[in-house]
Write a protein that binds this ligand. Structure first.
Ligand SMILES: [Zn+2]
Length: 324
């Protein structure tokens, strides 16, 4: 049960989910977006593809997502500016932008960054678990950033796309914090300090991210949390908060709508998803848990200002600083 007070805080806050996974196919069903609106979420970033997806698939997914949003304009809007997000909240609509998990969809071409930006992509990570031509991935070596990777970050800074370092290798993340002149985020990464996992991040990474003005989004994946309860998510939020301050933590729930698609990805790409590292990948925190995060933070005595920052104000601040 959500108390009336917590519900009011939730309703007044701008609630931001910085990463969600809908089916990546040309006829993708996006009807479950209403679960986000129904949970008081005001903005969600939809993944449009990962390093292992073909360019053809990514283009068709992007076309499908854009057309779904514009043909359901009574409920959803494509967020190209921060103003769009604030207006969507006023109008009771869900604002949506896109993200890329890995920079291989750039095809090695820096011009693709502004091309994707114009189509609504507002954040991108450089490598997805495995090393690629831009960066080291968290499941592979520790190569850091390549010269191309450094150029990608400079171009993202110029264009206004948020540099996201989830899924990247340790050294690559630390180098990205140095190269980027704009705040850098971990859109969906949890602290190793609470649970060791190759996808989780060290205190040092969290501190360096905060130093750029960035935000760490806590994800709801069973493997990385050790469960999917709202209590565990709030414990992870508090861990980051105690380390670097409440203004550097948010939520990137990483909810996966199509479980079978995820099973196929994981089985089809054992190099990207080493089987020994993924045991509990089919349990996720659900979008409906968002109000519970507010309730638990409220019960713990945090102020409305702190709670609103965690729910979305912090990621909004990054967008205000980075998006053009
Ligand atoms: Zn991810």
């Amino acid at each position: 049960m959500i108390s009336q007070q917590a519900q009011q805080i939730h309703d007044r806050s701008l609630v931001w989910d910085t990463h969600a996974c809908f089916p990546l196919n040309p006829n993708s069903d996006l009807s479950e977006l209403k679960r986000y609106s129904g949970s008081g979420v005001n903005f969600v970033s939809l993944n449009i593809g990962m390093d292992m997806d073909s360019f053809e698939t990514i283009m068709q997914v992007l076309a499908r997502f854009r057309s779904y949003i514009t043909s359901h304009s009574e409920s959803y809007i494509l967020a190209l500016t921060v103003k769009d997000i604030l207006e969507a909240k006023e109008a009771g609509k869900l604002a949506i932008a896109f993200d890329l998990e890995g920079s291989e969809p750039l095809l090695g071409n820096l011009n693709m960054i502004s091309f994707y930006y114009d189509l609504g992509v507002r954040q991108m990570l450089l490598a997805y678990n495995k090393d690629n031509r831009a960066s080291g991935g968290c499941m592979e070596s520790n190569i850091g950033l390549t010269d191309f990777g450094r150029d990608v970050i400079r171009e993202m800074n110029r264009v206004g796309m948020v540099v996201d370092v989830s899924h990247m290798g340790y050294r690559a993340t630390m180098e990205a914090f140095e190269v980027s002149t704009a705040p850098v985020i971990f859109s969906h990464s949890n602290p190793n300090g609470l649970r060791e996992h190759a996808r989780n991040i060290s205190d040092e990474q969290i501190k360096a991210c905060a130093k750029t003005g960035g935000v760490v989004g806590i994800n709801g994946i069973g493997d990385f949390l050790g469960g999917t309860s709202s209590e565990l998510i709030v414990e992870n939020i508090e861990y980051v908060m105690n380390l670097v301050g409440s203004e550097h933590v948010g939520i990137g729930l990483d909810y996966v709508v199509d479980k079978q698609e995820l099973i196929d990805y994981i089985k089809g790409h054992p190099d990207v998803f080493p089987p020994e590292k993924f045991n509990d990948y089919l349990s996720f925190a659900e979008p409906e848990q968002f109000p519970e995060f507010t309730e638990l933070l409220h019960q713990k005595g945090y102020s409305e200002q702190v709670i609103s920052g965690i729910l979305g104000g912090n990621f909004l601040r990054v967008a205000e600083n980075v998006w053009k």
